[in-house]
Ligand binder design. Sequence first.
Ligand code: FES
Length: 362
Amino acid sequence: MTDKEEWIDIGSTEEVASIPLKSCKAGTTALAISFKDGQFGAVSNICNHVGGPLGDGRLDGDYIICPWHGWKFHRRTGVGEPGFEQDRVPAFPVKVESGRVLINVAAPSRRVKAPHRPHPLSRKPERAPGSLRLVGISTTVMDTANPRFSGSDYLLDHSLKAASELGADTRLIRLNDLKFRACEGYYSKAAQACTWPCSITQMDASDELDRVYDAFVHWADAVIVASPIRWGTASSLYFKMVERMNCVQNQITIANRILIRNKVAGFIIVGGQDNIQMVAGQMLGFFAELGFIFPQFPFIAHSRGWSHEDMENNVAMVRNSKELAEGAGMLAKRLLDLATRLIAQDEAPASIERGGRKAHRV
Ligand code: FES
């Protein structure tokens, strides 16, 4: 705190006291103004984490809870909540004169950002040397205690086996085995609130989608996503994963940073009834926006057709089809061939000015 003075009137006492917490400007200074137990408080409106507007949050006793990810700061001193006192946002002197609330914007306390251990996912994406690496993502949902035959999983197994025979390291991730939260819409608060790594991943160590993030951003050269068709679209688990991938795409939006470089994607789509083109279109569009690249003919698919309700026969058809199994292997080969060329050329830029759907400047 300095002894400089520049007192700015922010309103009458009744007016300012009528709202327990609000964002406000005093000259050019953005403030979180609070009133509780007869005392006014004024701290910087900018959260230490990634800049959330503290005055738009809520009070928990004398602590302001940031509306973006819940960090807490004392409403009058700016000091972080117990256990995090090293973190401080600037606090400003407040006085009441002649029924008016005045803030000395020239004498804030110092902002202190305590070092926070970076999340392991936040490391720079760099391809580690070694064999080609292919991850298969199974998105089908089933009762694991009573497993059933899944056509999409069956073909994904064939892809992984073929990749392995071609000398690649493989990994299979079944979304059905992971415990992960649905996207809670941090982007809907503000683009900057949707962080990389994902806000949920950073806040909740028990959330297991970090395995998919790690595979997509860091480990894999090639990705195959396998989905059944459910009511004409991809599986619900696929969409649960996709919504959580917004943080990867959002880095392009808010930081012009492409996390996915020199990586290829392909898809396996299996359904009893049709709509393959729509499912494939969604998958291609979404993975393109993440930065993945596709080989020629980037998906294989099968469906029995609209007029057939005999799913037992569909199961038998997939299980007995040599062509589909071979097709799954050939898909893996196309992906690995393209990945090899991309890695050798290493031409993908780390940023593209106004890439993808952000062609319009944001
Ligand atoms: S908790 Fe404030 S910006 Fe994240």
